[in-house]
Design a binder for this molecule. Structure first.
Ligand code: PMT
Length: 400
């Protein structure tokens, strides 16, 4: 989740585009951000606190005081936020921001904020092109705020032109790009190949042997490596994970054999290989051409060993730094260390199905890292944070 742990303060002002903020909040929350929403009193004419708080999972504030006599501290909210997003930002709110007209909770919070501020203006055509709006936007930009310009299209008045608030996806992407650009590019110039997800080994046209890997661990690694400036080749078995990142090239495969041949298309060109895929160790010897019919009480399928992709990578290693995973259920450390040596790896990441929240499908994982001489243990964390730990460790090894 690309916004994992980020604190986003959204300020909604009173315009018809406020309805689009539902999608923005949902997107931010889905990507792991914590979202606090405040609204101007006028915004309540366009969206309800209930719908917004349902999506943001936090109470929504419009006033300095709540009915139960508590104080909604604009200072606390402002200092809590990593970024503030004013969307939609009406001509009225923009003008108040620029001139410091502090007569509601949104403006008081804005004026207390030290974090970067994003402004998504939305207003009717003539208001948007009015010299005073232009001047206010320029002024806001000169404060260091990031303006997400309004788009062209049909406006609530029926007029056609610029003034529509930017689409939620565009606003979310601008904020995400901002967070990513602040990350130190410690892997710039490196090419990293990551395998992810399960492999499916066909039995017949409708059935396969597979496993529970979702691909989450591998996709988190790919995202984090990209944020650090690496060129990422992500080779994934069947997975519902998606990635939209210009530094990541995704290659979809199905079986272990396909994964092997895709890996070796690139192997010579990579600096680092990370094998997080759960590759099926065996595949049916024969794949039935037609669907196998239900006849006898027992059915025997002969299995043959699949190629060990990572072992082959280890055998052919010249300059590549190789990281394996070990998914264990017993004698965990011993087995992981055995794989580290047998597959000629530089490092192995152990996760055990005996640890709650670790391994397949979960959004979390709990790992131990081994090199031939070192061991480091980590707490249960989100897979995004585990990816950070793994890449921090890889970087520390590369510096040696
Ligand atoms: O995808 P998720 O739901 O997020 O789950 C993540 C995960 C649990 C799949 C991941 O963290 C993980 O542990 N991946 C490795 C799973 C596995 O197959 O482990 P293994 O101990 O069987 O294999 C050891 C290593 O050899 C792995 O790096 C594996 O990719 C590799 N291997 C194994 C067999 C094979 N034929 N070829 C291989 O390359």
């Amino acid at each position: 989740m690309s916004l994992s742990g980020k604190k986003i303060l959204i300020a909604i002002s009173g315009g018809i585009a406020a309805y689009k903020v539902h999608f923005l909040i949902r997107d931010f929350v889905k990507k792991g951000a914590e979202v606090q929403v405040i609204m101007t009193p006028d915004a309540e004419h366009f969206v309800t606190k209930l719908s917004i708080s349902t999506l943001s999972k936090k109470p929504v504030y419009t006033e300095f005081y709540s009915d139960n006599g508590t104080w909604n501290s604009h200072v606390e909210m402002a200092l809590w936020a990593d970024v503030m997003v004013v969307a939609p930002c009406t001509a009225n709110t923009l003008s108040k921001m620029v001139h410091g007209m502090c007569n509601n909770l949104v403006i008081a919070t804005y004026m207390s904020a030290k974090c970067p501020v994003f402004i998504a203006p939305a207003m009717d055509l003539d208001m948007y092109v009015h010299p005073s709006t232009k001047k206010n936007l320029e002024q806001a930009e000169s404060f260091g705020h990031i303006i997400i310009p309004a788009e062209n299209g049909e406006l609530a008045s029926g007029l056609i032109g610029q003034g529509r608030m930017s689409e939620p996806g565009t606003i979310a992407k601008t904020v995400e790009d901002f967070f990513n650009s602040n990350i130190e590019k410690t892997l710039a110039g490196k090419t990293i190949l990551i395998t992810a997800g399960p492999t499916y080994e066909a039995i017949d046209p409708v059935r396969f042997i597979g496993n529970h890997s979702s691909g989450k661990m591998g996709f988190s690694l790919a995202e984090e490596a990209s944020k650090r400036g690496a060129k990422v080749i992500l080779i994934s078995g069947p997975s519902s994970q998606v990635i939209d990142d210009k530094n990541v090239t995704l290659h979809k495969v199905t079986s272990a054999k396909e994964m092997l041949s895709k890996v070796f298309e690139f192997y010579d060109t990579i600096d680092i290989g990370i094998a997080s895929a759960a590759v099926a160790d065996y595949a049916p010897k024969e794949v039935a051409k037609e669907k196998i019919k239900k006849n006898d009480d027992n059915l025997t399928i002969e299995l043959v060993k699949n190629p060990d992709i990572l072992k082959t990578m280890g055998e052919k290693k010249t300059h590549q730094f190789l990281v394996g995973f070990a998914l264990e259920t017993q004698n965990e450390e011993e087995n992981a260390k055995g794989k580290l040596a047998k597959k000629n790896l530089d490092m192995i990441v152990l996760n055990s199905l005996r640890d709650e929240g670790a391994g397949f499908k979960n959004d979390t994982n709990k790992i131990k890292i081994f090199t031939p001489t070192e061991k480091k243990e980590f707490n249960l964390k989100s897979k995004d944070d585990v990816a950070k730990d793994i890449l921090d460790f890889v970087e520390s090894q590369l510096l040696k």
